[in-house]
Design a protein. Structure first.
Length: 135
């Protein structure tokens, strides 16, 4: 499944190495090696040959390569079959294909922005079972 990129602004090509801070207005594809800080208001794609060591914040993230660091996306995270991730993932929608290697926690937050543990606890505690305990 190919990543959906509406406007690819920048690419760090296969064989390239980038270290530092990269703030981009638009989408970024990494096929080379990146270490530092990335922030984009659009999509970040880590290609099959991409190797990234950073915490990622983006609108959407697609990983086919290797990421060491946490991933936070406003819309979705897609882990393709060749993805290898060491870090936590937080997004309203996460898709994981067969073959992915992932070590970390996944928080799927839906439309909730805060205190996900309380959302789940409240849901659990509001079951019909409560009415039977009171009788």
């Amino acid at each position: 499944m190919a990543p959906r990129i509406d406007s690819l602004n920048s690419t760090i090509g296969d064989g390239s190495v980038f270290e530092g801070k990269f703030y981009i207005n638009g989408s970024l594809k990494i096929d080379g090696k990146f270490e530092g800080e990335i922030k984009t208001d659009e999509e970040l794609v880590v290609g099959e040959t991409g190797k990234v060591r950073t915490n990622i914040e983006a609108k959407s993230v697609t990983v086919a390569g290797t990421v060491i660091g946490n991933i936070k996306a406003l819309n979705e995270v897609r882990l393709l079959e060749t993805a290898k991730v060491l870090g936590d993932i937080e997004a309203p929608n996460v898709s994981v294909q067969k073959g992915v290697v992932l070590t970390g926690r996944i928080n799927i937050c839906g439309e909730y922005k805060k205190d996900l543990e309380k959302v789940v606890e409240d849901s659990y505690n509001s079951t019909p079972l409560e009415k039977y305990k009171k009788q």
